[in-house]
Design a binder for this molecule. Structure first.
Ligand code: PLP
Length: 400
């Protein structure tokens, strides 16, 4: 007999570390924008696994690539070449408009890779004295969970209890160009930043910020490093968020939807000149660049391009925000977003966001609350207009 949701939740709670606080729903099947629980209830997935499922759950083309590759070879390690890595990286460098990529698996690994590249570039190309390299980051950043990355996080939940921390990072306010200029010294090797601070609650910077930040970096011979792990892969209405302002980075980090919601695929991508600072044995990953991941990554990029999911995110994102603005409610403090990366901030007087996400769940919409007052809405980009409108109807019900 099939077990019910209660059973699986209890089992997770008993045997799994409590490092998440999930909405109490169990997902046992998924297709496109829809997911089902073991009882057969259907929900619209408005988180899309933190934007790792931009192409929709189990996209047929991506699943076919997975199956076909699984029948050939799945893992070679980088001790040998494989016939999928080159074609994948050629495509990835083309879509990022850069020249060379270093493949990893998770987003945090891509960020770690970028940090190492920037430091080594600082010593070898910029002439920074040994062990003096500094990287500038922003307050309220989210770049992953490793010990080095949490060393420069500012959210206490992420950080407290995990020291001692890795030195070499300087935190400045987000969306503040003067702060960036003032923070740069001769030892600054990079500025690591998110084009939109998604985890912080979809914080969208002022128009022109990305462009100006890139210009300041170039003027001071500092690497402009964009973490597009969540904002990339068409989420904001462009293949990458930097394309809204033509703020091309020196190093970009890509992950999440690069794996089409199927397997973890990430990379740090840069120019030939910058990437040349990394030599054999200096960095790597057993699974990074494996043929299965490359096949999936290639199909994931193909789907984004062929289905023009950038245009779709742009158009439906606008429709979504227009719909939200029409809702008559006194509970909303702010509506923020670009493309299909959006958030509603609930007024403190109207209670926690969590209460609203639990009500949305009852209506068949899965969205994630964050930082007490914010609800993020980031459905798969393959969502249809009528599905989006249905979701707006549910949001209206809980906000009325
Ligand atoms: C999710 C995320 C990461 C970390 O990716 P993982 O695959 O969870 O390690 C890093 N940066 C940003 C902006 C993210 O959204």
């Amino acid at each position: 007999m099939a077990r019910g949701s209660k059973y699986y939740i209890a089992l997770e709670n008993e045997y799994g570390a409590h490092n998440y606080h999930p909405i109490p729903v169990v997902i046992s099947k998924a297709k496109g924008v829809w997911v089902w629980d073991p009882e057969g209830r259907k929900y619209l997935d408005c988180l899309a696994s933190y934007s790792a499922v931009n192409q929709g759950h189990r996209h047929p083309k991506i699943i076919k690539a997975l199956r076909d590759q699984a029948n050939k070879v799945t893992l070679t390690s980088r001790a040998f070449h494989n016939d999928m890595l080159g074609p994948f990286l050629k495509k990835l460098t083309k879509v990022t408009q850069l020249e060379m990529a270093l493949p990893m698996n998770t987003g945090a690994e891509a960020v770690e890779t970028a940090v190492k590249i920037a430091r080594k570039w600082g010593y070898e190309k910029k002439g920074v004295p040994k062990n003096k390299a500094q990287i500038i980051v922003c307050r309220d950043n989210f770049h992953g969970r490793t010990t080095t990355i949490v060393s420069f996080a500012t959210d206490p939940v992420t950080r407290v209890g995990f020291g001692p921390f890795t030195p070499g990072f300087k935190v400045i306010p987000y969306n503040d160009i003067d702060a960036l200029e003032n923070a740069i010294t001769d030892n600054t090797v990079g500025f690591l930043v998110e084009p939109i601070q998604a985890e912080a609650g979809v914080k969208v910077p002022s128009e022109g910020y990305m462009r100006a930040a890139g210009d300041v970096c170039r003027q001071h011979n500092v690497l402009f490093m964009l973490d597009e792990i969540q904002t990339g892969c068409c989420r904001t209405g462009k293949m990458f968020a930097w394309m809204h302002e033509n703020a091309k980075p020196d190093v970009i980090m890509v992950g999440k939807a690069l794996g089409g919601g199927v397997v973890p695929v990430s990379a740090a991508v840069s120019s030939r000149d910058i990437m040349s600072v990394i030599g054999p044995g200096e960095h790597g990953s057993t699974f990074g660049g494996n043929p299965l991941a490359c096949a999936v990554g290639m199909a994931s990029l193909d789907v984004l391009i062929e289905e023009k999911l950038d245009k779709r995110a742009e158009k439906l994102g606008r429709r979504f925000r227009e719909g939200l603005h029409k809702i008559k409610t006194n509970k909303v403090k702010e509506i923020r977003g670009v493309g299909l990366l959006n958030a509603i901030e609930i007024k403190k007087s109207a209670g926690d966001a969590r209460k609203y996400t639990e009500r949305l769940k009852e209506l068949g919409v899965l969205a994630k609350d964050t930082h007490g007052q914010t609800i993020r809405f980031a459905p798969p980009l393959v969502i249809e207009e009528r599905e989006l409108d249905w979701m707006l109807g549910a949001i209206e019900k809980v906000l009325a």
